[in-house]
Design a protein around this ligand. Sequence first.
Ligand code: UDP
Length: 465
Amino acid sequence: MASSVDKQRENQREQKKCLRLLLFPLPFQGHLSPMLQLANVLYSRGFSITIIHTCFNSPNPSNNPHFTFHSIPDGLSKSESSRADNIVALVSLLNTNCADPFRDCLTKLLSDVSEEPVACLISDSTWKFTDAITESLQLPRFVLRTNNVSSFLALAALPLLQEKGYLPIQESQVEAPVLELPPLKVKDIPAFKTPDQETLYQTIAGLVKQTNSCSGTIWNSFEELEHEPLTVLRHDFPVPVFPLGPLHKYFPVPSSSLLAQDQSSILWLDKQAPKSVIYVSFGSVANIEGAEFLEIAWGLANSQQPFLWVVRPGSVNGSEWLEALPNEFLEEISGRGHIVKWAPQQEVLAHPATGGFWTHNGWNSTLESICEAVPMICHPCFGDQRVNARYVSDVWRIGVHLENRLDRMEIARAVRKLLVEAEGQEIRERAVHLQKMADQCIREGGSSFQSLENLISLILSAPLA
Ligand code: UDP
């Protein structure tokens, strides 16, 4: 006999046969992947999908041939698009350049009667012009936040923290607690390296406004992981909230990697003992100094553990790739270390040989690690990563925090603590517990599963533009 959920689904499917959703990701790896994962989840529930994207960091349409792709001009010059050193300026420029092309594209799509009618736009929250444009076209708009809830609350609190004197951060205060945002310390406040703090504050104010004024916010997080921050969010923000994560675990989706993933990582891992390898990666944006690079290298060598290390070309200031590594180091680690430019990270984390992940705590990396029960070494670089790292080490207690200036001895100790010592085993047990929750919440009856049902019902109930 069909359950009431089945019947509800069947009804929804009938209604959705002729509905299209427009999705508009921000063109950075950490934003593009969750948006395309969400697109696949919604496609699997019967919607047609159109992706509107910039030419800069364009997704590869052939990875998702079941979607329609429309590119808009972003007006970036070659030199502007390589300004990864100032991500705040790049995001601001994209926002200035893309508003008109986006409006034109949307107007055209809405007037195209040969396609299914459009039910709504799902936009990345960092696009700050989509509220005004969708309002003028009377199109319902949902927002995807690709970071977690706790870091969003910290970002939204920046004006208050400034008013209360926490900002700009004073070196003497970094260990002090932020009383308004427990368990954060002053050094965890989401700060960004930019010479133009005013643009930063405007960008953050924009994303808070986008999040406050839409038909609903979608989160790549889950109720059991962020129950308290979600309670605060629901209280402070007057829009429906849909925690649907972990989006990459509903079913396998095609990779949306902007860089080629080096498959030798997996062949190398195949030769290593179970849970013996520390995987090291700082994501698609963060850069490190040359001196830090050498501390990392010698820390890994001194740990005596096997390691798989992603060194993104250009991510070490002043170097193209590995030329700063001394021969002595390469001889020392021969056979025990494998260095690649970019790895198939989800496969690496799911590999039986991976025992720990030294991460910058970008939200995707953190969530991917949680989903594979891989304990972390946290070394946040900027922004929301600091909040994520504090939650990993102090709230979920599934990682070791490298809080001070990078030091080879401290790195070696942290790696051994995670992979060899009893404390690492306790951390691993908590990680397994969290992994089970992540696994259950997207199954029928789970919190994210139910949230998805609620989102679909809301989309279907909205009048068409
Ligand atoms: N990633 C990858 N290969 C790598 C390093 C990272 O595929 O060698 C992926 C990773 O799986 C994650 C994304 O890149 O989905 C990075 O996103 P995150 O939010 O962790 O950090 P960001 O790059 O935005 O700082």
